[in-house]
Ligand binder design. Structure first.
Ligand SMILES: [Zn+2]
Length: 457
């Protein structure tokens, strides 16, 4: 089979006995995975038209499976005149409306889960609800494997995959591994963000690390930053290949610090519970929020608020069609994130720069908007992230904004004045920024959101 066919048929080829919990040391998993990863490492350099052939074939399969097995989706397609076996499935796709969490919630979720096409029990999930709307759905064991693992292993740091998956080869620090990785890794749970401060906790962690000898660490960037600081000071040496983060914005200076302190590759992963793997950072591109998209399993569109295509290199709403999930299909789904499609210096095409959640903007009196992600980066660079334990931004009114910072040191009032002046200037002096010194307790009372936008109304 050629690379294209391997990728088109990867879900059908998955051995039915596999599930998330029996992957380590499993030969049938390895035999399935290896040709797929090899193909993915080829296709990442393919041009858009060539990739579209894989996408079209998988999309046609999805249309046919859904229209044949789910009256809900069959009706949805008919309503919008989508012909499942038309010659250009991608043109058919564009007839469908953009859907989002509200759309699913209005359908009361259960109506959209089509009959399970594969054998095996369903796994239920719900999204984290950071947007205030929890989306609940389901997928099969097979769908979990297909939608994550090949894209995880496509990174070239995994040169001898067989060795890695013969054991638990990575360790989650401060986070429990999600189901798809559970048989391949282990976790070290931390009570809260600051507990690596304690020497005895660190010693326990080092003991755990020595006992499983992980090739990779997995954590939130804030945890890794702290770990990297101590790692150096405690003079620890471990045979680490890579660190992997996800789910939190990370600046270039933070990445560089972690890479140097731990002497590893840095892999930043963009994913969403309801979608699976979306993309992975590029070693050759330090742009913040930059990811190469998993185009072999996703069709990603960037559209304006009215659903129109935006010109290349322009920011818009990220709309995703997932090609390998039939249990809880996502077809032209607005994830709620914004970004833009770009190309990369490494030669790979169709990358994405994540620009933040919808609504994560500071509104200025003049009507302009300022990205919170950008503002966060400016704070981190201004104060230096090593001096910040945690912070929170609240836009209190159209012309006032407060930044509550839990400092690692005692800043002078002159310094605070200077920070305030620079941050106000960043917002074109249209908004008065005030800095409040707070302690750990401030962040415990349900105030985990980094940004609270202006409530209008
Ligand atoms: Zn690249």
């Amino acid at each position: 089979m050629n690379n294209q066919d391997v990728l088109i048929s990867m879900d059908d080829a998955l051995p039915p006995t596999l599930n998330s919990f029996n992957l380590a040391g499993n030969e049938s998993f390895l035999n399935w995975l290896l040709p797929i990863v090899e193909s993915l490492r080829e296709t990442e350099y393919w041009n858009k038209d060539h990739i579209a052939k894989i996408q079209s074939a998988r999309l046609e399969k999805l249309f046919l499976q859904l229209s044949g097995n789910s009256s809900f989706w069959d009706n949805h397609f008919r309503q919008h005149d989508v012909k499942p076996n038309a010659s250009s499935p991608i043109d058919e796709l564009k007839k469908l409306p953009i859907i989002n969490r509200d759309w699913f919630l209005a359908k009361k979720n259960t109506f959209v889960i089509s009959p399970n096409i594969r054998e095996g029990s369903l796994r239920y999930f719900s999204t984290s609800g950071t947007t205030g709307k929890v989306l609940a759905g389901a997928f099969t064991h097979g769908e979990i494997i297909v939608s994550y693992l090949p894209y995880f292993f496509r990174h070239r740091v995994f040169n001898s995959i067989g060795e890695f998956i013969s054991r638990k080869f990575f360790l989650g620090i401060g986070r429990v591994l999600t189901e798809q990785y559970s048989s391949l890794g282990d976790s070290f749970i931390l009570d809260h963000f600051a507990s690596l401060e304690k020497k005895e906790i660190r010693n326990e962690l080092y003991k755990k690390i020595k006992s499983i000898s992980p090739a990779m660490l997995w954590a939130y960037p804030t945890t890794l930053l702290e770990f990297a600081t101590y790692y150096r000071d405690d003079n620890i040496q471990l045979p680490l290949l890579a660190v992997r983060t996800g789910g939190e914005y990370v600046t270039k200076s933070q990445k560089d610090f972690i890479k140097v302190a731990l002497g590893t590759e840095y892999i930043d992963h963009y994913s969403a519970r309801e979608i699976g793997s979306i993309g992975t950072s590029c070693d050759k591109n330090p742009t913040e929020g930059f990811y190469h998209i998993d185009r072999e399993r996703l069709i990603v569109e960037v559209l304006d608020d009215d659903g129109g295509e935006v010109p290349g290199n322009t920011e818009g709403n990220i709309i995703i069609t997932v090609l390998d999930r039939t249990t809880f299909p996502l077809i032209r789904y607005a994830l709620g994130d914004r970004g833009k499609i770009v190309s990369c210096v490494c030669g790979r095409t169709d990358a994405l720069i994540f620009a933040g959640r919808v609504g994560e903007y500071i509104l200025l009196p003049s009507g302009k908007r300022f990205s919170v992600l950008q503002f966060r980066t400016i704070i981190a660079n201004l104060v230096s992230f090593r001096n910040i334990r945690n912070f929170r931004i609240v836009q209190e009114s159209l012309d006032t904004l407060s930044v509550s910072i839990f400092f690692n040191y005692e800043p002078s009032s002159n310094q605070i004045d200077l920070f305030e002046k620079i941050l106000s200037k960043t917002l074109y002096d249209e908004i008065k920024v005030s800095i409040k010194k707070v302690d750990a307790g401030f962040f415990k009372a349900g105030k985990s959101k980094v940004f609270e936008n202006l409530k209008r109304g």
